[in-house]
Structure formats: structure tokens, C-alpha cells
Write a protein that binds this ligand. Structure first.
Ligand code: SAH
Length: 396
């Protein structure tokens, strides 16, 4: 095992539970360390800090696995982390209303760079580095020992920017016939586990979709921007929205959204699905003097279309200003971001500035972050990337 000596301040952080091995903190280029290698971390006096694995990601170059000197990193290690994680989701596994959720959330469950989701009998493993992928056999053996499943699929996300590597994502078991239909608080969603980087639903918005359906949709005219497969639109429609409009620039979003409406027995023709740039839709809506009671903003952290580059950190305020213009008096905006480039305080700063600059007053109604199955560490708040603010806007 390689030994790495950490400087005082960084060693103190690791002692308090910070799980990430930072690029600048330790390695020199000629170290010759390989993906998956185990590393012993020590302080400047040689005192034991923890054991980690090496794996290059955009965030860092590995994760702490244990702070216990006596604990070996072997088959039992993976078994114990997975068993604890699965026990922690015991209520979700028993739920008849929800059959898709996260089972293992990286460092929050003790192994950074690895997530496992459950989709009604299927497991989807996401590997965020070649380093963690090196432990594939042990991790799958652990799943085999403690769970029953129809099949395992995987996404390799270890290209340079953490992007998905195109592949046949089937690992083992009996191949599924996709879409499979999962349930989330009684809502049906069509899911594809072997069709590129995304599955059709982002599981981290479970509580937000339920909140919209149960408390914000009844009788409302709803605009869902960056709508992808229309998951929020379906939740709003089931909650009694008079009409939903889904806007996404990707061609696939039209058929995917029709499918999500259909698997819930909803008539998609009673709703609008627009394949277009959100910013063009804002201009169009403003020109036509359209007004919405509820607008959902859930953009990607970063996206480039033919006409626009959107970066949440730079452009979220602008996005809000556009949305405010077509929100009815006393209407509600659901402002969501998965950007880990800024935290809740800064996000609320964008909201405040957008309202001030448009002469609007506002009331924050509620806030959400990741659901309980997306376990995070207090010692690593960066891992809690999701920020959702419901605000009521009052035009003056
Ligand atoms: N809100 C969605 C997830 C969004 S994923 C959900 O709840 O499921 C991001 C989506 O934004 C992608 O489908 C992408 O096609 C779309 N997108 C990115 N830039 C866009 C733009 N400028 N206008 C419209 N859609 C955009």
C-alpha cells in the first residue's frame, strides 16, 4: 500500500470526516499510482488517518474508505457498506407506492465514486472512476450475497469530465424489456436502463414532484422548462393542473413526454409539449402575453444549444428574470438547481437579485435538498448538491 503524507490543515479535515482526496493535496506526477490502488493516509508525524483508493474524477483523485486502521479493504468491507446502505432503505424497499430510489449514494454511504439505484427489481450501478470500477467484482459479489434482483445494469461515467461512456450497459441477470414502469408515490414513470446516459427520471426530485402534485398543482396553468421526459408535468397533471406546457430543446423530449403521460392514463393532447429553446419560449410567451400560475425551472448545471450557452452559476439570475415576466401575480416559481458550484445561500442571492431587478417582491414558501435515500455527509456538504426553492412572486 502506498503511503501519502498530508499537510496539517488537510490532515485535520480528513480526521473530521472529509472524504475526498484532492488533486493538489498530495500527488506529484511521477508517483506512478494506478487507478484503484489503495493508499494509506498519514499526517506529518506519520500518524494513521485513513485508507483510501485512487480514482481520478473531476472532483478529486480518490475517496477515503475507512478511518479504522484495523479494517481491511476486502470483500467483507464492500459487503458491510452495502448491507448497511440497503438496511437504511428498508422502508423504501417495502413501499408499494414507490419502487424506484437510490440504494447507495457514494461517500454518503461510505464509498465515494459509486452510486446504486433501484428500479423495481433492477439495480443500476454508476461508476465515477476507473479506480472504483476496479472493484466491480467485489461490489457485484456483495450485491449477489445480500439482494435478489432481476438484473444489474451499469453506467460508466469515467471519461474526462465525468461523462457517460457509450456501451451495452447490461451486466448480469435476465435482460429487461424496456421501458419498465416504476412507481414513485403512486406516479408511473417509464424507465430505460440501457439507452444512453439517462434513464428517463431523476430520482433525486421525488419529494419535489410529490409536493407539486399534492399542494401546488390543483387548478393551475403550469409551465415546466427544461422538461426532459416531462416528469414534473405529469406530477402536476395528476395533481389537477388545468394544463401543463413542457419545454425542452431535445427532439426526444416529445415522444418521451407523451410516453410519461400515457403510462399514467393521462391524455397528452390536453397538454402542450414544445420542442424548443427555453429562452425562445420565454420571448414567445411574453409576446403573446401568456401568464402562468406555476413555473418549474430545473435546468442542467451547464448546457450549450445552437443559440445559447447556459451555466447555472452565471445565468440562473437571468433565467429567473425571464420566468418572473410570465408568472402571474401571486404565482409560484419552483427554482431548482443541481449545480455543486454554489450553495443554498448563493442560490437565494440569485433569487433575491432577480426579484429586485424586476421590481417584484417575493415570499419563500419552502425549500428542499436531496431526499433521505441520497445520503450525504455533514463533513462534505458539497455532496448535497440539490437546491430547490418554492417562491411566490408578487408583481408591484
Ligand atoms: N427537469 C428535468 C430534468 C432536466 S435534464 C426533469 O425533472 O426530469 C436537462 C434538460 O434540459 C435536457 O433534457 C436538455 O435537453 C434540456 N435543455 C438544455 N438546454 C436547454 C435549453 N436552452 N432550452 C430547452 N431545453 C434545454
Amino acid at each position: 500500500m502506498k503511503t501519502l503524507t498530508l499537510k496539517h490543515a488537510y490532515a485535520a479535515k480528513i480526521k473530521k470526516g472529509f472524504p475526498l482526496i484532492l488533486k493538489e493535496a498530495v500527488f506529484s506526477k511521477d508517483d506512478g499510482i494506478s487507478e484503484g490502488a489503495l493508499i494509506e493516509l498519514v499526517d506529518e508525524k506519520g500518524g494513521f488517518l485513513g485508507k483510501a483508493y485512487y480514482g481520478e474524477q473531476n472532483k478529486g483523485v480518490g475517496w477515503v474508505l475507512t478511518q479504522n486502521k484495523e479494517e481491511p479493504i476486502d470483500q467483507d468491507f464492500f459487503l458491510s457498506r452495502l448491507a448497511t446502505a440497503i438496511q437504511g432503505r428498508h422502508q423504501l424497499f417495502q413501499s408499494a407506492e414507490t419502487t424506484a430510489f437510490r440504494v447507495f449514494n457514494g461517500e454518503g454511504d461510505g464509498i465515494g465514486g459509486l452510486t446504486i439505484d433501484y428500479y423495481d427489481g433492477y439495480f443500476l450501478i454508476q461508476w465515477y472512476s476507473k479506480g472504483i470500477f476496479a472493484y466491480k467484482e467485489a461490489i457485484i459479489a456483495a450485491l449477489d450475497e445480500i439482494t435478489d434482483y432481476k438484473a444489474i445494469y451499469e453506467k460508466k461515467r469515467f471519461s474526462a469530465a465525468g461523462q457517460y461512456v457509450e456501451d451495452d450497459d447490461f451486466v448480469k441477470g435476465e435482460r429487461g424489456e424496456f421501458p419498465i414502469i416504476v412507481k414513485e408515490n403512486g406516479i408511473h414513470y417509464a424507465v430505460y436502463l440501457n439507452d444512453g446516459a439517462m434513464t428517463g427520471i431523476f430520482l433525486d426530485q421525488r419529494h419535489v414532484r410529490k409536493t407539486i402534485r399534492d399542494r401546488y398543482a390543483e387548478g393551475k396553468n403550469v409551465l415546466n422548462t427544461f422538461s426532459y421526459t416531462g416528469a414534473f408535468s405529469v406530477a402536476a397533471a395528476l395533481g389537477g393542473a388545468v394544463k401543463t406546457t413542457s419545454v425542452d430543446v431535445a427532439n426526444r423530449s416529445l415522444s418521451k413526454t407523451i410516453e410519461q403521460f400515457s403510462v399514467n392514463g393521462l391524455d397528452h393532447e390536453a397538454h402542450d409539449i414544445k420542442v424548443m429553446d427555453v429562452f425562445e419560449y420565454f420571448s414567445y410567451a411574453a409576446k403573446k402575453q401568456l401568464g402562468y400560475d406555476l413555473i418549474i425551472l430545473d435546468p442542467p448545471s451547464f448546457a450549450r444549444t445552437k443559440k445559447h450557452t447556459f451555466s447555472a452559476a452565471k445565468d440562473y439570475k437571468h433565467l429567473l428574470k425571464e420566468a418572473i415576466q410570465i408568472t402571474k401575480h401571486d404565482g409560484v416559481i419552483v427554482a431548482s438547481t443541481n449545480s455543486s458550484a454554489f450553495g443554498m445561500e448563493k442560490f437565494k442571492g440569485f433569487i433575491d437579485a432577480a426579484c429586485k431587478e424586476t421590481g417584484t417582491s417575493y415570499t419563500i414558501l419552502e425549500e428542499h435538498s436531496l431526499p433521505e435515500d441520497f445520503k450525504t455527509l455533514q463533513s462534505y456538504p458539497e455532496g448535497n448538491y440539490l437546491k430547490v426553492v418554492f417562491l411566490r412572486v408578487h408583481h408591484r
